[in-house]
Design a protein around this ligand. Structure first.
Ligand SMILES: Nc1ncnc2c1ncn2[C@@H]1O[C@H](COP(=O)(O)OP(=O)(O)O)[C@@H](O)[C@H]1O
Ligand SMILES: [Mg+2]
Length: 242
């Protein structure tokens, strides 16, 4: 089986050598658990270490904030964009009808998000940059632009179908309020082929970071919870000590 290396030291070891190529995996966790960092690391290292281009669909953060934050890890997203190796699709600004200079912002959107138009846009941009890796960050942010939860479900399954059909390796992010949950809407884990849970666990007055592969179709994997840290170079999973 072909694998897509995550670019996160220690992580591939717990999922049998990397994500099965072409899979769509859910990354879930509470706020601040490291989901965005994991996803950007997957794209950035994909480019720099494995020669695979990427697309990041930002439903939440402004691209300029993301670029700024990621510089702290030494990841110059702007440079990758100029070299046409990375595209950041700005959906957030469309939401607020903010004027933006973003190349791949979703334009001419009304108050409600048109999911078919967004899907078509993602598909087009992926083709343009020849993306092998795609990230959608994050599903709950869709809710601000859609009528109700049923619409979020419809959009999420449409995205997962699109991502699986495109046969690129993709990460779909969702955010949970409680560490004991797996997903926000209780169904994201069923439309994706893998589930990775990131947690912040109180321990001796500190918050410990952990990561767990809860499900990964098509590969043997450990279901143990492993400690991880966010260092100045990004995420490192300590897979040798469960
Ligand atoms: N340069 C850094 N070095 C170490 N930790 C960092 C750095 N930048 C951010 N962090 C940590 O990462 C957390 C944010 O992670 P993020 O990936 O944005 O989480 P999520 O997307 O799950 O909300 C911050 O709360 C902070 O604790
Ligand atoms: Mg985030």
């Amino acid at each position: 089986m072909e694998r897509t290396k995550s670019g996160v030291p220690g992580f591939d070891e717990i999922i049998g050598g990397g994500f099965p190529k072409g899979t769509c995996c859910l990354i879930t966790g509470t706020a601040g658990s490291g989901k965005t960092t994991f996803a950007v690391q997957f794209l950035y290292r994909g480019i720099t270490e494995f020669g695979e281009n990427g697309v990041y669909v930002s439903l939440e953060e402004r691209p300029k904030d993301l670029r700024q934050e990621m510089i702290n890890f030494g990841w110059d997203l702007g440079k990758m964009e100029k070299e046409k190796k990375l595209a950041i699709i700005d959906v957030g600004s469309a939401r607020e009808s903010i004027k933006t200079n973003e190349q791949y912002s979703l334009k001419n959107m009304g108050a409600r998000l048109n999911i078919s138009a967004l899907s078509a846009h993602i598909f087009e941009v992926c083709r343009e940059v020849k993306a092998q890796r795609i990230v959608i960050d994050s599903i709950p942010s869709l809710q601000l632009r859609l009528k109700d939860e049923a619409e979020v479900r419809r959009a999420t399954s449409l995205f997962s179908n699109l991502l699986l059909e495109m046969e690129r390796t993709s990460l779909m992010i969702t955010e949970i309020a409680d560490t004991h949950d797996v997903s926000r809407y209780g169904f994201e884990e069923y439309v994706t082929r893998g589930v990775v849970v990131m947690r912040l666990i109180p321990q001796y007055g500190e918050l410990k970071r952990t990561i767990q592969a809860m499900k990964m179709r098509g590969t043997h994997h450990s279901t143990r919870t492993y400690p991880m840290e966010i260092s100045s170079n990004g995420i490192v999973v300590h897979s040798q000590k469960p």
